[in-house]
Ligand binder design. Structure first.
Ligand code: PLP
Length: 408
């Protein structure tokens, strides 16, 4: 008799974004003529940079010729891409070596799968609100305990992020083993300064904890005192894995490419207190469960680091940041409580009348055909908030803000 992983039954039936899509699709079926604007989306709207397209076109040509055809590539990623990533880290004063970098097909993939190499009894800390994958993956792996009346999970330590603390978590009062941090944050747009991030690295060093640092929005950092990488903090290589993505940087949401850094110095422990290099375990895991991202995509990702590629990527980031600024400014004028949108494409707002976030979503959808992302999807502390994003086109952003202005 085949048995299932019963922890899957503890999850809500749909992943949060699937639930949102279901509601949007239902609305579109009953209102086929509505002119819907997705203003909460985490997906980008602008096409790939031409430098990426040109590089991939060349790669396709190579694969079409007998002399230059390539089959399976190195599971960890091609050196041509890894070397560019290393150089990029160097520009922020971080030195890495090639076998510390693992090219992958998505930050979501790695953020969810990293738990495979960690013991089941680790106490996991997650900020609330945050990208829902960390909590979902913790539930699937059986580390979450049971769900309590307030919707939280008994074995997860939730780090409260509220307006009072600028959506920046305090250190846990109890000892935790694994901490997911995501900065710039999805959904609040909050960032940690160098000093604030150092506090977390020091905590992890003192408690032999592991930080899983999701830097998917690193490219959106505009302020000087905000570190681009956790490895800018002394000692971080001993305690942190860093995950990065090309999705929001260069429009790779559909193309798929990301990378994860697992430093050689990073160790975790056996029950007998023996130190084990996590790099070795992740390499073993990846070479068994993953066959590498495609040559074409990796050539495209490499092109992001060329002079032309950097310029084109930067233009797109500025475009999305300007959209976020438009949303942020307009909401401020309307007297809403607004956060984020400075080092992040996301603007996080309190709902105008304190409505619950699904109700606000539904009202906005049906009354002005604008889609926002309900804050509750990111954790209990997200209730009463909405996430807006700068990822739509300028025209749609302006049109949506016009509708919202008149509606509110
Ligand atoms: N990490 C965070 C914080 C995100 O918000 C997202 C996507 O929204 C991802 C990771 C997923 O990135 P990828 O497209 O590389 O899987």
């Amino acid at each position: 008799m085949a048995l299932i992983n019963e922890h899957y039954l503890e999850l809500s039936e749909n992943y949060f974004y699937t639930e949102m899509d279901k509601r949007i699709n239902a609305f579109c079926v009953t209102h086929p003529k509505s002119n819907l604007i997705l203003l909460g989306t985490g997906d980008v709207s602008q096409p790939l940079p031409m430098a990426v397209v040109d590089a991939m076109t060349e790669a396709v040509k190579e694969l079409s010729q007998k002399e230059t055809f390539r089959g399976y590539g190195p599971g960890q990623g091609y050196r041509f891409l890894i070397d560019k990533i290393i150089k990029d880290y160097q520009s922020h004063g971080v030195s890495l070596v090639a076998d510390e970098i693992f090219v992958s097909d998505g930050a979501k993939t790695d953020a969810a799968n990293i738990g495979h190499i960690l013991g089941r009894d680790n106490i996991i800390a997650i900020t609330d609100p945050v990208y829902p994958v960390y909590e979902n993956a913790t539930i699937m792996s059986g580390r979450a305990g049971h769900q309590t009346d307030n919707g939280k999970w008994s074995n997860i330590v939730y780090l409260n992020c509220l307006p009072e603390n600028g959506f920046k978590p305090q250190l846990p009062t109890e000892k935790v083993d694994v901490i997911y941090l995501c900065y710039p944050n999805n959904p609040t747009g909050a960032t940690l300064t160098r000093q604030e991030l150092k506090m977390w690295v020091d905590y992890a060093l003192q408690n032999h904890s592991l930080i899983i640092y999701d830097g998917a929005y690193e490219a959106y950092i505009t302020e000087k005192d905000v570190p681009h990488s956790i490895y800018e903090i002394k000692g971080a290589k001993k305690v942190a894995i860093e995950i990065r993505s090309f999705s929001k940087t260069a429009g790779f949401t559909g193309l798929r490419c990301s990378y994860t850094v697992v430093p050689q110095e990073l160790v975790a422990y056996t029950l007998d207190d023996e130190k084990v290099q996590l790099n070795k375990l992740w390499l073993r895991r990846q070479t068994t469960c993953f066959n590498g991202n495609s040559y074409i995509v990796q050539r495209g990702a490499e092109a992001i680091f060329s002079r032309e590629g950097k310029k084109q990527v930067n233009e797109k980031i500025q475009y999305y940041l300007t959209n976020a600024e438009i949303i942020r400014t307009e909401f401020q004028k309307l007297g809403l409580q607004v956060f984020g949108g400075v080092n992040s494409p996301y603007v996080w707002t309190k709902t105008p009348q304190g409505e619950n976030s699904w109700k606000f979503f539904q009202q906005m959808l049906s009354e002005i055909n604008v889609v926002t992302t309900p804050g509750i999807g990111f954790g209990q502390n997200g209730e009463g908030y909405s996430r807006f994003s700068g990822f739509n086109s300028r025209e749609n952003t302006l049109e949506a803000m016009d509708r919202i202005k008149h509606w509110l």
